[in-house]
Ligand binder design. Structure first.
Ligand SMILES: [Mn+2]
Length: 283
């Protein structure tokens, strides 16, 4: 597997890099289209042609964060959730920011668990088409459709771009008074950005299921839903949140690369670098 961006090996050292990219090729419970285990390698490959220089920021973000280190793929062949937890914890323990590339969405659980240990006041910002608030699905509490239910049992969350949930999830939202933290796609516009920021605590973990994007932006995902967010809408939210909160970890999950649709892989590689760019504004 390649490293993130085509940069000099000296710019990829763990010791100096504030950003550590972790490929997590885990796919255990996908529901519909398959292939998210191939997400990390496709994103890393596409990152080779992402321009190092960011026009919006006017510099090369990787230089400002001391370089970007990419780890070996996390071994998820056995006990994936604890392997992910350990890998993310080892990065946070060094005061670096983990940027995890999935893999299916259930990978976020171990990462948030690790982050919460170091940042007890943690909150989570989720971009997703799906509420992911089922208690269990297809017999597993660690199905990708349950990840936000698991995360909400650990810390508060704000959910953006949602346009698919079932009746049980609707009940859960109602019974737990969570409606104010759900930003549904059908009535989303930019005026929601300050409200999203204000609902997040000081330390924030960001999880991005790429199906939050409209399928015209990202068609390569296992469970696509029409009516999603567009590129600049997502960037606007990310920029505001990253400027006003302390980002302690990030993941981008559920890309399922498809032949002849390499623009989707590239878009996610670029998204990851935009996030690193917004984080670099604080260095
Ligand atoms: Mn989803």
């Amino acid at each position: 597997m390649k490293c993130f961006l085509e940069i000099d090996p000296a710019e990829r050292r763990f010791s100096s890099s504030k950003i550590v990219v972790l490929p997590v090729p885990y796919e255990g419970t996908t529901t519909y289209g398959k292939g998210t285990k191939n997400g990390p390698s496709a994103i890393l490959k596409a990152s080779q042609i992402v321009e190092d220089y960011d026009i919006e920021l006017g510099y090369e973000p990787y230089k400002k964060v001391g370089g970007i280190h990419t780890t070996k793929p996390v071994n998820v062949s056995k006990d994936p959730h604890s392997q992910i937890y350990k890998a993310v914890k080892s990065v946070i323990a060094e005061k670096k920011i983990p940027v995890m590339l999935g893999g299916e969405h259930s990978v976020s659980y171990g990462a948030v668990r690790a982050a919460k240990e170091y940042y007890p006041g943690l909150s989570v910002l989720q971009f997703d088409a799906h509420a992911d608030l089922r208690d269990s699905y297809h017999g597993s509490q660690h199905n990708h459709a349950c990840v936000m239910r698991r995360i909400r049992s650990m810390c508060p969350a704000v959910q953006v771009g949602i346009r698919s949930q079932d009746g049980e999830e609707a009940e859960y939202i109602k019974n737990n008074d969570l409606a104010g933290s759900m930003f549904y796609a059908h009535d989303y516009d930019g005026s929601s950005v300050p409200d999203i920021v204000n609902q997040l605590s000081k330390d924030v973990y960001i999880t991005i299921d790429v199906d939050a994007f409209d399928p015209s932006v990202i068609p390569a995902t296992g469970t696509p839903e029409p009516g999603g967010l567009l590129w600049y809408q997502v960037l606007e939210i990310l920029k505001a949140v990253i400027a006003e909160r302390n980002i302690v970890g990030v993941d981008v999950v559920e890309l399922a690369p498809k032949p002849n649709l390499h623009y989707a892989d590239y878009t996610i590689a670029k998204l990851v670098y935009k996030i690193i760019g917004y984080i670099s504004l604080k260095f």
